[in-house]
Design a protein around this ligand. Structure first.
Ligand SMILES: Nc1nc2c(ncn2[C@@H]2O[C@H](COP(=O)(O)OP(=O)(O)OP(=O)(O)O)[C@@H](O)[C@H]2O)c(=O)[nH]1
Ligand SMILES: [Mg+2]
Length: 390
């Protein structure tokens, strides 16, 4: 599958940068193209300058709202980010139009943090603009803030609430990523952020590569291609990744008739699946997913139909309400890894929580201004009161 990636704001730009790095790795190590273009959009010159892998010309690093912000960001006001994206959105469209192999693009992915200003405001506006012009699926990846950020800044909750509502209205699917899930103690935040970005993007590597392979030896018995992924992605979505070491096992598995080897092979696969489901980008209940997919990647010898059957069973056991798509990708050695996607989540405690707290935030601000009896309004009625950013 080939993506066109657009990072909005600092967080989005950096994750897009990580995608660009991964694209280079796919090209040099596997001879595959998994990206047709990577673009970063920001109101902040310094953030754009700090990127490494996104091409450095003005078509790939797009400064918007320079007149309004002087190139220094929007200071967490996401409605200003949204306005600027509306005014300068043409620059992004021009850049998309200039993409050499745009026709080969299977889908467009826009990325931003929800709690900031520029990316949080711009992502839904740009998604809307792009969807008006092109007939390709447009996905969003929205990064949720660390706990400490929520505790110290009421405004960040409002940004998250309005960003989530707007992306839900604009995009075909939204990958939710919770920064807090990735935090490891004793590592400085900056190091953590690049580590987090690496971990956020890594599950996409094999997922994007699998359908682009042309050499028979790397083509699985069940290929997971762009069509399967597009069919799976809808609404709120999470992604997870797990891997298990195969060194120490006798290879090739398939030639061994020892029942212990057969068992070990299935067990490593199921362990990787359990890890992937335990390591989702946002904690959620798999039973809430209406669609799911997984891709198992590992040495040819380890990819038997038995393993695939076992894995499908394991996922079906967790995501009982989901239509499941799957594939195997015979590539690499020494480990089996699993990427899993849960999509069309019908309920997410975290998202509902953000909406409730945003409504509270709006109610409190309005209360201070006097007027409506906010204490006696239901959640449905109040949901309408969360402003949309486009
Ligand atoms: N995972 C991850 N999160 C980040 C990164 N940089 C910032 N964040 C998170 O993003 C939020 C802040 O948003 P930014 O992306 O910095 O804001 P912006 O879109 O540049 O908007 P303004 O700076 O307000 O104009 C916070 O929740 C940060 O924790 C990053 O590189 N990776
Ligand atoms: Mg910024």
């Amino acid at each position: 599958m080939k993506l066109l990636v657009i990072g909005c704001g600092q967080c989005g730009g950096r994750i897009a940068d990580e995608f660009a790095r991964l694209g280079k790795v796919a090209h040099t190590q596997r001879g595959l193209n998994i990206l047709t273009n990577v673009i970063a959009v920001n109101t902040d010159v310094a953030d754009l300058s700090g990127l490494v892998n996104v091409k450095s010309d003005f078509r790939h690093r797009i400064l918007i709202g320079a007149k309004k912000t002087g190139g220094h960001g929007v200071g967490k006001l996401n409605e200003v980010g949204a306005d600027i994206a509306n005014e300068d959105g043409d620059k992004v469209i021009d850049s998309i139009r200039g993409t050499d192999k745009f026709a080969e693009t299977d889908a467009i992915l826009l990325i931003a943090s929800a709690a900031g200003g520029t990316g949080s405001g711009a992502i839904s506006v740009l998604t809307h603009l792009i969807k008006e012009r092109y007939d390709k699926p447009v996905y969003n990846m929205v990064v949720l803030p660390f706990q400490y950020e929520e505790l110290t800044e009421g405004r960040s909750i409002y940004n998250v609430g309005t960003c989530l509502k707007s992306t839900y209205l604009a995009a075909d699917a939204i990958f939710l990523v919770d920064n807090q899930r990735f935090i490891k103690k004793n590592v400085s935040l900056k190091n953590n952020l690049s580590k987090i970005n690496y971990m956020v993007v890594r599950p996409f590597y094999n997922l994007l590569c699998a359908g682009e392979e042309t050499q028979p030896k790397y083509i699985g018995s069940k290929v997971l291609d762009a069509g399967d992924i597009i069919q799976t992605l809808s609404g709120w979505t999470v992604i997870g990744y797990g891997k298990e070491d195969l060194s120490g096992f006798r290879m090739p598995f398939s030639k061994s008739t020892d029942f212990r080897d057969k068992d070990a092979q299935n067990e490593q696969g199921t362990k990787a699946m359990t890890e992937a489901l335990g390591d989702l980008s946002l904690k959620c209940n798999p039973n809430n997913a209406r669609r799911a997919l997984y891709l198992a990647t590992g040495p040819h010898e380890a990819m038997s139909m038995d393993v695939i059957k076992e894995l499908s069973g394991a996922l079906k056991g967790m995501a009982t309400e989901a239509i499941i798509r799957s594939g195997d990708y015979p590539r690499g050695k020494g480990m089996i890894d699993i990427t899993v996607i849960l999509s069309e989540l019908v309920n997410s405690k975290r998202v509902v929580d953000y909406f409730a707290r945003t409504i509270e935030y709006i109610a409190n601000s309005k209360k201070r201004q006097g007027g409506i009896d906010w204490d006696h309004r239901g959640i449905e009625e109040s949901f309408k009161d969360i402003p949309s950013l486009f």
